[in-house]
Design a protein around this ligand. Sequence first.
Ligand SMILES: [Zn+2]
Length: 264
Amino acid sequence: MKKIKRLNPSRPALWFFCFQETFWVLDSGQLPRQTLESLALDFDQSAPKFLMGYHQSLPCILVDLQHQTIDLPQGQWLGLRELMLDASEELALMAGRAWQVANFVRTHQFCGQCGNRMLSINWEVAAQCRDCGHRAYPRISPAVIMAVVKDDKVLLAKNKRNRGQVYSVLAGFVEVGETLEQTVVREVKEETNITVKNVRYFGSQPWPFPHNMMIGYIADYDSGEIKIDEHELMAADWFSKDELPEIPGTHTIARQLIDAVLNR
Ligand SMILES: [Zn+2]
């Protein structure tokens, strides 16, 4: 990924025009994939621009309009969540990446060490302080997410922060100085009083709300009775394949974990 100085108006690209926390989609509901000149979009070209990678051999370009007010020639601004729900997995990842880069640029204008203005570096996504040399990179916050298995059942909980009746696997942020496996054991114990064993890696998913990396694990029940942490959870229980409550959508690693352990 690198910063772009000038856009080539006649080269086709897949465009991620970011305004506040939304992206421009055309009347078709799709992200623009054509030349810049054919888009007829009038904007301040000093906006930060990044080449994020390629999709079906088209360069994927982020233009962070920040708070520029733009008259759209067509289409609308669509929130990141809606955009990701409709997109293929690859495009959803790219949209998440676009938002995280935009968010990084906006929140690293000044040095966290001396308070002077930061400059962006051209060859990688980073900001550097001209005065003290402090360099910052996009923040990624690791969180573990785990399916705890007991016989043919999985431990699911209803979180206080989630609206509705959705039950999901447990998750929690990694603390400094902790291994991921230690986080799994600690979080399950803290939130449900359950002790787990045989913690093993499942897979990962970037979750750009705002900059989390979800690292999935499966763990076996070892001992204990469920006693929930009432600050975090509203309910928790063991569920088998045939008696599942409402669970997260198929695009989430939470759902993939549930499906995997229940062999659905
Ligand atoms: Zn500084």
